[in-house]
Design a binder for this molecule. Sequence first.
Ligand code: ADP
Ligand code: MG
Length: 261
Amino acid sequence: MADLPILSVRNLTTSFLSGGVWKSVVRDVSFDVRPGETVAIVGESGSGKSVTSLSIMRLLAPGFSRIEGSILLNDRDLLALSEKEMRGVRGNEASMIFQEPMTSLNPIFTIGRQICEVLTRHKGMSRQEARAETIRLLEKVRIPNAGARFNDYPHQFSGGMRQRVMIAMALASRPRLLIADEPTTALDVTIQGQILDLIKVLQEEEDMSVLFITHDMGVVAEIADRTVVMYRGQQVEAGPTDEIFQRGQHPYTRALLAAVP
Ligand code: ADP
Ligand code: MG
């Protein structure tokens, strides 16, 4: 079948060491993301959405965290890979963007330099090739005057533009999967809509799958083919977005839906 999942998460359980005991904050989460699909994870603050996405990318501190279950990305179990292999995955197969782009952009380097570095390090490009590709990527995410902005620093961009820079950087690795953890939450409503539209367009142009994390059912309705609802670390519902909106069963899902204007 052509539609084998790109990402297949099974019984994901993540625990943190706290006061000498392991405490699980994500329990038994299972879902698939198929090619070209957008899957939303929705839930209130503290429900375990970020821990789920950080577990998939293996970005939690080892020693203080324990991830169980399986995370198959293109049929490879990420939990079985070495840290070095994981860096390859992050540079080539899966990218992540966050709510606050400043957490991933380095304030002391120009944005052009930071995107070029992804391209020279992971894509084997020369500096010249990387520069041209960086400008192409900045144009792709609709940054006005892309060429001139190459030498600007992160703080010289507005919040919305900075999120576009982050998206350009995420695209530099040509990922099959983009994980977006509340990328529009910190933005004004108008800018939020623009970024959502951009992600939708890019997803088609780049033939990516997207795992989109949000607390906002309005955003889910706008962007997701399928939806996973999380509540207190557990998955309480999963299915096509239409069905969740029409027939969501869990009381928490119903509460979320009741809050949609
Ligand atoms: P969400 O993204 O849905 O708002 P999180 O995934 O960030 O929620 O957090 C889920 C729970 O895990 C919260 O109770 C949070 O306090 C806890 N948590 C998150 N990160 C850590 C960590 N590094 N160590 C211990 N507990 C954590
Ligand atoms: Mg979060």
